[in-house]
Design a protein. Structure first.
Length: 61
């Protein structure tokens, strides 16, 4: 098992103004189809935060 495939607790967000709750809600929306089968990895959490930030920037533009 690759380190990126290990289940991980949610890390603190790196992006100012983004909360753990916002990232958690977005991650659950993105990965809802596979959550029953396996927990999220660190890579999943990071990608969810990046996607959330990108969507927020697009909405502001």
């Amino acid at each position: 098992m690759n380190l990126d495939e290990k289940p991980s607790e949610q890390p603190e967000p790196f992006t100012p103004g983004v909360t753990m709750g916002m990232v958690r809600a977005h991650a659950f929306e993105l990965y809802r189809d596979r959550l029953p089968d396996r927990p999220l990895t660190l890579q999943d959490w990071v990608l969810a935060e990046k996607d959330l930030v990108q969507k927020r920037q697009e909405a502001e533009a």
